[in-house]
Design a binder for this molecule. Structure first.
Ligand SMILES: Cc1cc2nc3c(=O)[nH]c(=O)nc-3n(C[C@H](O)[C@H](O)[C@H](O)COP(=O)(O)OP(=O)(O)OC[C@H]3O[C@@H](n4cnc5c(N)ncnc54)[C@H](O)[C@@H]3O)c2cc1C
Length: 159
């Protein structure tokens, strides 16, 4: 189970953060390149909000990956904390990726929906992240059970 957890952290959570970061980079570039009403769409505050929200959420998920990896590296003495942290970041990173690709489709407009660009493919591919390696529901169940057993101590190291 510990090996599965580390694989889940690397192959799902960290990968979701990497994919989301790439998608955001492409969104930023497109928002500065695409002009509507005589100016880049990046000038519009509602587009800026989508970009900023993606950056905030990716950064949060990234730190959760690093935190879970650190707990995992502490070894057997912190195995339970590492398991909970991995369950949390699996949900957080996969759902962040989903929101980031959804905003990407919106920022690219019609081109985000068409097959001419890879955006709609990113959107479809992101969906599996909430399903494989334990669905979001299963991981939420793991987290809820740990909360039931340990309460707020879930966030402490010495347990
Ligand atoms: C592209 C792809 C790649 C995959 N790669 C791998 C792989 O490499 N290795 C591997 O082992 N598996 C892999 N899988 C399988 C994947 O892990 C399972 O599809 C996933 O765990 C969900 O199981 P299920 O499809 O049987 O859905 P089900 O278990 O039938 O779930 C259906 C729904 O019921 C919910 N549900 C089920 N049980 C509970 C519960 N106890 N509490 C609350 N809700 C619940 C689920 O969250 C989901 O919403 C892959 C699947 C796909 C599609």
């Amino acid at each position: 189970m510990d090996v599965l957890g580390r694989v889940r952290l690397a192959q799902v959570a960290a990968r979701a953060v990497g994919k989301a970061s790439h998608v955001l980079e492409r969104c930023v570039a497109y928002a500065h390149e695409r002009k509507q009403f005589g100016q880049p769409i990046a000038n519009f505050q509602m587009v800026q909000q989508m970009l900023a929200d993606s950056a905030i959420e990716i950064n949060a998920a990234r730190w959760m990956v690093l935190h879970a990896a650190w707990l995992s590296d502490l070894g057997e003495s912190h195995a339970a904390a590492a398991r909970d942290a991995i369950a949390m970041v699996k949900v957080q990173a996969s759902e962040t990726l989903g929101r980031v690709v959804d905003r990407a489709v919106q920022i690219f407009g019609g081109m985000g929906y068409c097959k001419d660009l890879p955006v709609e493919r990113w959107y479809r591919d992101a969906r599996i992240y909430r399903i494989f390696d334990g669905t979001s529901e299963i991981h939420r169940g793991v987290i809820a059970r740990s909360l039931g057993k340990r309460g707020a101590a879930l966030f402490e190291l010495n347990r």
